[in-house]
Design a protein around this ligand. Structure first.
Ligand code: SF4
Ligand code: SF4
Ligand code: SF4
Length: 205
């Protein structure tokens, strides 16, 4: 007999099964993942880290050597680290459906699948940075922010960019009174433009 809550039966066995599924998914995502959290820009604000912490997939069952490919610089604004990519395709969708630029796509197949830029090994786009913001892991990193600090060392200030009349909502990430990053962290419904990000970058230099 199941306990009743809010007029509905709880089903602990179903929740346990869901947790085991999520744990299995996390293990699969970690198959070739480098687990370089201590140096990864996303460490501390990474959805994969949170998932592993929540469902407990900290011990890998894979003993084979992990596939590794070097990081790529696609433009001054965007870097791509393929082994960290979990192929969620959020970046492809936001570039297509959000920005209407269609600069990102998927190359190869199966375990060799990777995200690819529109010009073979570099990006020709408006460099809005939305793909970096929406990436749940540290696969896409920002040329102006990468390896400068850790997320827990900063304070976050929501504001409105005054660079032009668009009035984009941006979140400034600040450490020691220095602006290190501008993104849409606290305004997920908003699209901070490349101008807003560059204006913040200019303030840091
Ligand atoms: S993407 Fe997340 S899980 Fe992977 S190395 Fe970076 S912080 Fe760690
Ligand atoms: S920076 Fe903007 S335009 Fe360029 S690939 Fe990313 S989402 Fe597309
Ligand atoms: S959003 Fe990040 S993790 Fe998802 S497919 Fe793009 S690069 Fe990979």
């Amino acid at each position: 007999m199941h306990a009743r809550r809010n007029g509905r039966h709880d089903r602990p066995h179903r929740y346990a099964a869901n947790s085991r599924c999520a744990q299995g998914n996390a293990r699969i995502l970690l198959t070739n993942h480098p687990l370089d959290c201590p140096v990864c820009d996303k460490g501390g604000e990474c959805e994969l880290q949170d998932m592993v912490f929540r469902y407990g997939a900290e011990t890998s069952r894979f003993i084979e050597e992990k596939l590794h490919v070097p990081e790529e610089k696609w433009s001054e604004a965007v870097y791509y680290d393929a082994p960290r990519c979990i192929l969620c395709f959020r970046c492809v969708r936001v570039c297509d459906e959000g920005m209407g630029v269609k600069a990102l796509g998927v190359g190869q197949r199966g375990v060799n699948s990777v995200i690819i830029p529109n010009l073979e090994n570099r990006l020709n786009c408006v460099e809005c940075g939305m793909c970096i913001d929406i990436c749940p892991v540290g696969a896409l990193t920002s040329g102006t922010y990468r390896y400068k600090t850790r997320p827990w060392e900063m304070i976050y200030e929501p504001t409105t960019c005054a660079h032009c009349s668009n009035g984009c909502k941006v979140t400034l990430s600040i450490r020691n009174n220095e602006i290190l990053r501008a993104n849409n962290a606290t305004f997920p419904e908003s699209m901070a433009t490349s101008s807003a990000r560059r204006a913040a970058s200019a303030m840091t230099s």
